[in-house]
Design a protein around this ligand. Structure first.
Ligand code: FAD
Length: 240
């Protein structure tokens, strides 16, 4: 059941040059959500009207008392630009939620294929953190598309996570490799990348979670179906 809360920004963490995580709280222990869900944030922007936007919850439900949202600044975007450029620790906001059916919960499946682009990694990271906290015995593959290595959100955490979560494989693709050495995938998510990431024998029984801009989600779903992923096992979240 969605609820509404008056929260403040308790902490601001710079993730990349254009992305920040905002820790919102206090949030009562009774605020329950599933990995993959989102909240909406409402904020009065000086000189503008009250703006309300959706943001995926980045922290897993195993870590309560706050809600983390990770926001990419869009150059002409009203709320994302305002928050990334002008928000301060202690700033009040209104938060509503949780919402959404893009959900993974313990018991739903033993093999997850997570495919994200840009800030689309946020709800997928929530699922990964949840699996880590509960020490779930599941295979996780994350295929993550970013512009450059400097644009990879949660980069350090992802680099270190395989120590705690041995069954996690993270595969990056970069759409702009600026001359530096790079041994991962290059370019947008392709059918060939998906084939390389998902063992043939696992295609039929994996659960798929795809999140990012609508075009990326649509093309990824089409490729997944072409390689044999059952439509009913594919979950999507589009960041319109
Ligand atoms: C379920 C869901 C979850 C989401 N989770 C996240 C998340 O975790 N992290 C995240 O960063 N985002 C997330 N989003 C996207 C987020 O909700 C916002 O859409 C995003 O932050 C942009 O909002 P904004 O107010 O900054 O931009 P807006 O002002 O809404 O502008 C959006 C785009 O439209 C363009 N634009 C604006 N005005 C004009 C105009 N007059 N003419 C032409 N173009 C214009 C802007 O350049 C910008 O590119 C999510 C979206 C959904 C639906």
């Amino acid at each position: 059941m969605p609820q509404s809360f008056d929260v403040t920004i308790q902490q601001i963490i710079r993730e990349t040059p254009e992305v920040k995580t905002f820790r919102l709280g206090p949030v009562p222990e009774s605020f329950d959500f599933d990995p993959g869900q989102f909240v909406t944030i409402a904020c009065d922007i000086p000189g503008d009207r009250r703006i309300r936007r959706a943001y995926s919850i980045a922290n897993p439900p195993t870590r309560k008392g706050h809600v983390d949202v990770t926001i990419r600044k869009m150059d002409e975007g009203r709320l994302s630009r305002y928050l990334c450029d002008h928000a301060w620790e202690g700033m009040p906001l209104q938060m509503m939620g949780p919402y959404g059916k893009f959900i993974f919960k313990q018991g739903m499946g033993n093999r997850l294929v997570l495919v994200g682009a840009g800030s689309g990694v946020v709800p997928l990271m929530c699922m990964v953190r949840y699996a880590r906290d509960l020490n779930l015995d599941i295979e996780l593959t994350l295929l993550y598309s970013s512009k450059t290595w400097d644009h990879v959100i949660y980069r350090d955490e992802l680099e270190g996570l395989h120590e705690e979560l041995k069954t996690l494989r993270v595969m990056h693709t970069l759409t702009r490799v600026n001359g530096h050495e790079w041994h991962g995938f290059r370019g947008r998510i392709s059918k060939q990348m998906l084939q390389e990431c998902i063992p043939t024998e696992a295609v039929a029984d994996a659960l798929y979670y795809v999140c990012g801009p609508p075009q990326m989600v649509d093309s990824t779903v089409a490729y997944l179906k072409e390689i044999g992923a059952p439509a009913e096992r594919i979950h999507v979240e589009k960041y319109d």
